[in-house]
Write a protein that binds this ligand. Structure first.
Ligand code: NCD
Length: 316
């Protein structure tokens, strides 16, 4: 549903709900637009009139640190008015539905909604109910997709490893089952023709075969990381897990944690990524997270130009 819904009749991108089904041309187009935004992303003023008079609303039914702030700054850099709707203190607490909430704010003249929701498909359902002129950007729905995180991860890869994805070996490791970031990264890596995609995690935290199509599942972490150019580590999503999926956090770190010894098995110039929030000492050692091969804060920085590019593409 998400894929078809995000295109207008003339084939242009109207919403960004998922990277699933986008081709290399479309993904690269967004990455190139993000590269053009880079000089204007951090305190830039040149684009302050670009979308002046338009309004963006962040509507987050789930917590966020990075995504919401960077959308807010991205829209501001483009001259937009920004409304950060506070779900926690709103009438959704009195039982107002998500769609009624959206329609209410939409009536105030919002052009772009950035929405995060705990349920798979919830953002697409809201996009389906929005007015024809309204654009919706998925800031994460359940386990399904987090397309702007996927794009900023690809921008980070391009900057540090070059645009020839066919030459890259990329590992995605940890709690893939619960991770919308992993799904969007896999969609993008496949679209861009990544040379080898390896995945590694406890068997009960790996998703279904369709999600993993084109990936090589490697059981032992030491084998999985051997020779890779990029290791994308994922947060162990304890809040989404029924008790018992992981024996103990100590065992998890021992078997699937990225520490300096394991990182030494990767290619010598390998980079380490993590979407945040990080659980230090569970999926990643603090020494790796803060070490010279970490690109965690570069990912955060890239959130701005990527989100500027997506907003710009939907409004242009
Ligand atoms: C993630 C999310 O919420 O999907 N964070 C993010 O947006 N960078 C990943 C997570 O919660 O583990």
């Amino acid at each position: 549903m998400s894929h078809a819904l995000q295109f207008a009749d003339d084939g242009r991108l109207r919403h960004l709900l998922t990277l699933d089904g986008l081709d290399a041309g479309r993904v690269n187009g967004l990455l190139e637009r993000a590269e053009q935004m880079l000089p204007h992303a951090h305190a830039g003023t040149a684009l302050r009139r670009r979308h002046a008079g338009r309004t963006l609303c962040t509507l987050f039914f789930e917590a966020s640190t990075r995504t919401r702030s960077s959308f807010q700054l991205a829209a501001t850099r483009l001259g937009m008015d920004v409304l950060n709707f506070d779900v926690a203190t709103s009438s959704t607490k009195k039982g107002e539905s998500a769609l009624d909430t959206l329609k209410t704010i939409e009536a105030m003249g919002v052009d772009v909604f950035v929405i995060r929701h705990a349920d798979d498909g919830a953002v697409a359902a809201l996009a389906a109910g929005a007015n024809p002129g309204t654009r919706v950007i998925n800031a994460g729905d359940g386990r399904a997709a987090h397309p702007t995180q996927g794009l900023l991860d690809m921008l980070t890869l391009r900057q540090h490893k070059g645009a020839d994805f066919a030459a890259l070996k990329v590992l995605v490791a940890g709690d893939l089952l619960h991770s919308r970031v992993a799904r969007s990264d896999l969609h993008a890596l496949r679209a861009l023709g990544c040379g080898e995609i390896r995945v590694c995690g406890p068997g009960n935290l790996l998703p279904d075969a369709d999600t993993l199509r084109g990936c090589r599942v490697v059981e032992r972490f030491d084998d999985a990381i051997a020779g890779v150019d990029v290791a994308i580590m994922l947060r162990l999503q304890r809040e989404r897990m029924e008790q018992g999926l992981v024996a103990s956090l100590e065992d998890y770190f021992r078997d699937y944690g990225l520490d300096p010894r394991r990182l030494a098995l990767a290619a010598p110039d390998a980079i380490v990524m993590h979407p945040g929030p990080m659980n230090r000492g569970i999926e990643i050692d603090g020494a790796v997270a803060d070490g010279p091969q970490s690109r965690v804060l570069a990912q955060v920085a890239n959130g701005l130009p990527v989100r500027m590019a997506v907003i710009d593409a939907l409004l242009s």
